[in-house]
Design a protein around this ligand. Sequence first.
Ligand SMILES: [Zn+2]
Length: 302
Amino acid sequence: MNILSFDVGGTTIKYGLVNQDFEVLSKGSIETPDNENNFLNIIDTVASKYLDKFEKISIAMPGFVSKKESKYLYGTNIKYEIDFKKLEGFEPSKFSIDNDGNVAAYAEYQLNYKNKVENLIMLTFGTGIGGGIISNGKILRGGSNAGELGHILISDDSQIQCNCGKRGCLESIVSARSWTEQCKVLSQNEPESELAIRFSEQNLGSVLFDEKIKLTSEQILSRDIIISYISRGLVSIFEIFNNELFVLGGSMSSQPYSLLNLIKDNIDSNFTFTARVFPEIKISKFKSDSGIIGSALLAQND
Ligand SMILES: [Zn+2]
C-alpha cells in the first residue's frame, strides 16, 4: 500500500509518496501557510497531483492532535486548529494523523533499532524541538499527547520566552532555529571570522558545531552554552525514562558536524551515573525523511 505522507513543520511542509517497503518514491516541500483554509488547500492540491497513486493520507503535525477526531489542535509553531475532515473526499479509514515527534521516534524504533533496544527517545531539532518516547516498544502517550520534550524547562533565564508562553523551555534555547539565529549574531559581531564566512556560504546554524572551523573565544562560549543546555536536557530526560538510546533528528541531521561528539564530551566531563550507563546518542538514519517515513509506518498500522 502506498501512502501519501506529510511531515508538517513550523516553516515547511514536507511530503512524499512512500511504498510498503517504506521507500520514499517521490517527494517535495512547500511553505507552511498561516491559516486552516490554505493548509487544507495544500493537502488537496498535493493529493490531486498523486491521484490514484496512494491508498491513504498520513499527516505528522508539530503539536497536539486528536486522532479520534482527525484534528490538529494546537502547537507552538502552528497555532490554528485544523479539521482534516474538511478535506475533499475525506474518509476516516483513509486518513491518519499523529504528532511529528512520535512518528519520527516510531520510525527509528521499528525500522532501525527494534531488536536492539525497547526504550528509545527521539528529539527532532527544527523550528522547534519535537519529542517522541518509545517505552517498552510502544509510543508513550500519557493522557493523549505526552512527549512534548521541547517544552521541558531547562533555564531560569527570564529573557527567553518560548512560543508556548513559558520562559526557559529547551526549544526556545536550543532548537535549530535558535542556534541559526545565534550564528547570525556571532557573524555580525565578527564578520571576518571563519564562522561568519562559512555561515554566509551555507546559512546553516550547525556550522557552529564544525570542529574544523577555528572559532573565536566568543563563538566557543556561545557554542558551549548551547551544548551544555542540550546535555542537561538529555540527562534530565534519561533520569525520568531510563531509556537505552537517544536519536537526534530534524533539519540538522543532514549536516550535524560534530554535534554528537560535543554533547558526549560535555556529558562525560560533567555528569556521573552511578551503577548505570548513559545511553548512546545517534543521529537519525533517515535524515530529514524520518517524519515522512514514520507517518507512513504508523498509518499502515492504524
Ligand atoms: Zn515552550
